[in-house]
Ligand binder design. Structure first.
Ligand code: FE2
Length: 271
C-alpha cells in the first residue's frame, strides 16, 4: 500500500499569487502530474491541510479543479487556513467528511488504517487537540488495536526549533502523545504546517512533517528568528507499507539530470 501525502497547497482564487509571489496553482498542478505519473501508483492520496489560503468558496472551487485529475482516491483535512463548513460545502462528494462538528474521520479500506484528527481552531494559526477530539481519538484507536494505523493531523505534535512555528503549535500535544503511547499499532503520525520534511519521536512512534508542493519555510533555528519562506525545491511524501513496516520517502518535484547508470553494460563499475 502506498499513501501519497500532499500538504499546504495554499491555493488562492485564479490569478492571485500567494503572498504576491507564489503561483501555488501552478505548483499544485505540477504535483498532481507528478503523483499521477508514479509507477507503482499510490493507492490513496491524503492532503493534510492548508488546502487554500483564506477559506473562500472560490478558492476551494479552484483547488477542486486543480486536484480533479488525481487518479487515486483523495482524502482532505483542514489546516489553520481552512474552514470546516467551507470544506463541507465545497466537497459534497467527499462523504467521509462529517456533516457537522469536527472533521475527524477514519478510512478503513486499505491494510493501513487512516485516522484523521482535525486540529483547527478557527481564526488561529496554532492548532489543538481539545478534550472532545482526544476522547474521539482514544475511542477510535481502541476500536482497532491490531490494525496498523497512520494518524494524520495538520499541526505536528512536536516543536521543531523554528521559533515562530513553535509559537503556533499544537495545544495538548502532551496529552495527544500520551494517547498515542498507549496504542503501539500507530506506525506513524503524519503532519503538515511546517513546509519541510522533519522527523521526531512522539508517544513512542515516528512523527513526520511533509514539504509543500510550493513554498518552503526557511530553516532558521535561531531563537526568535523571523518567519520567512523560500522557493526551495517543492515536494511531497510517499508512505509505503511493505513487509510490516511503513517507510517514508520525500519526493522532490522537478526536472533533474539523469537517471544515469553506475555500471557499464557488461557490469563493470564506471571508472
Ligand atoms: Fe498551517
Amino acid at each position: 500500500m502506498i499513501i501519497a501525502q500532499i500538504t499546504d497547497t495554499h491555493i488562492r482564487i485564479p490569478g492571485k499569487l500567494a503572498y504576491r509571489r507564489v503561483d501555488t496553482a501552478k505548483f499544485l498542478a505540477a504535483a498532481v502530474a507528478h503523483v499521477n505519473a508514479l509507477d507503482p501508483a499510490p493507492d490513496v492520496i491524503v492532503m493534510t491541510g492548508d488546502l487554500v489560503d483564506f477559506a473562500l468558496p472560490a478558492e476551494y472551487e479552484h483547488f477542486a479543479a486543480l486536484i480533479a485529475p488525481l487518479k487515486a482516491p483523495v482524502f482532505l483535512m483542514p489546516g489553520n487556513h481552512d474552514g470546516r463548513d467551507e470544506m463541507r460545502q465545497g466537497f459534497p462528494a467527499h462523504r467521509y467528511l462529517p456533516r457537522q462538528g469536527f472533521l475527524n474521520y477514519t478510512i478503513e479500506d486499505w491494510p493501513v488504517r487512516l485516522v484523521a484528527v482535525d486540529t483547527l481552531i478557527p481564526g488561529e494559526g496554532g492548532g489543538e487537540v481539545c478534550d472532545e477530539r482526544l476522547a474521539w481519538l482514544k475511542r477510535t484507536l481502541a476500536a482497532a488495536p491490531k490494525r496498523p494505523t497512520v494518524v494524520m493531523l495538520h499541526h505536528p505534535p512536536f516543536h521543531t526549533g523554528i521559533s515562530f512555528m513553535d509559537g503556533h503549535d499544537l495545544k495538548n500535544a502532551d496529552k495527544f502523545a500520551a494517547v498515542i503511547a498507549r496504542h503501539p499499532q500507530v506506525e506513524r503520525i503524519i503532519a503538515g504546517h511546517l513546509h519541510r520534511s522533519i522527523q521526531c519521536r512522539v508517544g513512542g512512534t515516528v512523527a513526520t512533517t511533509c514539504p509543500s508542493p510550493a513554498h518552503q519555510i526557511v530553516l532558521d533555528l535561531r531563537t526568535g528568528a523571523t518567519l520567512g519562506f523560500a522557493m526551495e525545491p517543492p515536494g511531497y511524501q510517499l508512505h509505503v507499507w511493505n513487509d510490516g513496516r511503513l517507510v517514508t520517502h520525500t519526493v522532490t518535484i522537478g526536472r533533474f539530470d539523469g537517471p544515469y547508470p553506475f555500471r557499464e553494460p557488461e557490469g563493470k563499475l564506471i571508472s
